[in-house]
Design a protein around this ligand. Structure first.
Ligand code: NDP
Length: 329
């Protein structure tokens, strides 16, 4: 009989009532793919929280092993790019949504979805960054492409104490930006300053319905909250600035006007990590290796055991997780 390994499985019954349990699987249970990976580390992202709690329709195949990202070692490959022993990272591509994901000791995926683990980074480090951190880097790269360099003025980061926010603050401050961190958890101010924030403001300053335009406060920003917060951030962006929108932790709507766009030439930059082309991913992970102070990863992450994933998933959708959560297998 094949060796079994632990996996988290979400299922639903005939009435579409969702449940989650820890089960034993074998490699024969995994889905099709040309590379099998021994998962060494994974993480709990906001999307994993939505998948496990069923709070939003992330899971689109039943039953499913959730988990949108992992780092590990190739144990079997028929893909030309990968050989047994290679260290790899996976983010997105529908893994943990339509394809069995990271919350298992083994994953079988398409080799085209994998990128190499950057030199000097352990699987644990890579998952302390995780999809949230890789998305933060995609947002920083988008701001740079738009010419938002440190000399242009401050940048704002919303949802600051969350995963995307924490990594964005670390990267932006290391690159020399003056970072204004917006948080609903004032007690986390020392943590945010430790990560590199120059100023901390209250979430309440941005979460009320926005005026079309307000006093110019920043040249750019990384928003993981959406709704009134993103509308306020846009209204407060200075002439020619840009905001990278990557999340919906506050809501999916965007109750704004065209005023920031047509009167101040502000740009809204959309960030998607899931289907980002391979060249963009390789560049993002190269930049993470180069521009993220790895020492800050221990400040912004903590480890949990496999058994803690379901609890962490519930916490993250309630906004109770600080920074990043790493699961070492
Ligand atoms: P976290 O839960 O770690 O962080 C979200 C943060 O948003 C919270 O920590 C909190 O920060 C703030 N927040 C939570 N609820 C609210 C609310 N109701 N109103 C205002 N602020 C709120 O999640 P992640 O950082 O992992 O992800 C953030 C968002 O980015 C999610 O929506 C996620 O789906 C999205 N995302 C998108 C990706 C993409 O490809 N575009 C990839 C990865 C993530 P604080 O307490 O400091 O205020």
């Amino acid at each position: 009989m094949s060796d079994t390994f632990k996996a988290i499985l979400v299922s639903r019954d005939a009435d579409k009532k969702q449940s989650v349990e820890i089960v034993d699987l074998t490699e024969a249970d995994l889905m099709e793919g040309d590379v099998t990976v021994a998962v060494e580390a994974t993480t709990v992202n906001y999307k994993d929280g939505l998948a496990i709690t069923g709070k939003a329709p992330v899971v689109r195949r039943w039953p499913l092993v959730p988990g949108i990202d992992f780092a590990g070692t190739v144990i079997e490959s028929s893909h030309p790019d990968w050989r047994k022993g290679d260290k790899v990272i996976l983010n997105g591509w529908g893994v943990g949504e339509t394809h069995y994901g990271a919350f298992a000791a083994r994953a079988r995926v398409k080799g085209d979805w994998l990128v190499p683990l950057p030199d000097g980074m352990s699987p644990h480090d890579a998952m302390a960054v995780g999809t949230a951190g890789y998305t933060a880097m995609l947002a920083v790269m988008a701001l740079e492409r738009h010419g938002i360099v440190p000399d242009r003025g401050p940048v704002v980061v919303t949802g600051a104490a969350g995963g995307v926010g924490s990594v964005a603050i670390s990267i932006l401050s290391t690159l020399g930006y003056h970072v204004i961190a917006s948080t609903g958890r004032n007690a986390e101010s020392p943590y945010l300053i430790d990560l590199g924030a120059a100023e901390v403001i209250s979430r309440d300053e941005l979460s009320q319905p926005a005026k079309p335009l307000a006093k110019e406060r920043w040249a750019g920003g990384v928003d993981s909250v959406g709704t009134h917060t993103l509308a306020s951030v846009l209204a407060m962006t200075s002439y020619g600035g840009a905001i990278a929108a990557c999340g919906l932790a506050g809501g999916m709507d965007l109750p704004t006007s065209v005023a920031p766009f047509i009167l101040r030439g502000v740009s809204l930059l959309g960030i998607d990590s899931v289907m980002a082309p391979k060249a963009v991913r390789l560049e993002a992970w190269r930049r993470i290796g180069a521009d993220l102070d790895l020492k800050k990863l221990s400040t912004l992450s903590r480890s949990i055991a496999f058994d803690g994933i379901i609890g962490a998933a519930r916490d993250i959708v309630e906004g109770r997780i600080r920074g990043r959560v790493v699961v070492d297998l």
